[in-house]
Design a protein around this ligand. Sequence first.
Ligand code: CUA
Length: 176
Amino acid sequence: MHIDRYERNFIGLSSVLLVIFFLAVTVGASANGIQVPRPELRVDPKMVATPGVYDGFGDPVEERVRELSPGKYEAYIIAQAWKFSPGSTNYGEPPITIPAGSSVTFYVTSKDIQHGFKINHSTDPSRNTNISFMVLPGQVSKLTATFDQPGTYYIVCYEYCGSAHHTMFGEIIVEE
Ligand code: CUA
């Protein structure tokens, strides 16, 4: 079978690119500690906030950030248009407050539609975390971050979720 020289070159180049991309993802994931959020649990979005149905999410908001052992926390956060509960102080929710040096495992799900969940430092982009994932109704996403230095961090919704999407953010206060 005759393959045109240009076409053969193009197939070769595409194959080399695929290998490079595969290596970039593999090396990036192992060298930079990239965590891939996977569905931790399936939940019914209509029932997720109902007390007693799902461990964590149905508890009162003040109890959804808990210390498991010294310096190790877990946080159960429910997203809905347009707030994170807990987190969104602009909608009357408590902030997430932890001492510096803590590692926090976030369990996040949505009660309504798709939202984004990205944790940035309030002023210093070099201190942004590598946490960034979509929040989907019916699914619990889970990732862990460590907050070594005191300061304020913002949880930012980066998926367009309606007319007040730009007001959807949460606050993490890392104390001395
Ligand atoms: Cu929630 Cu945008």
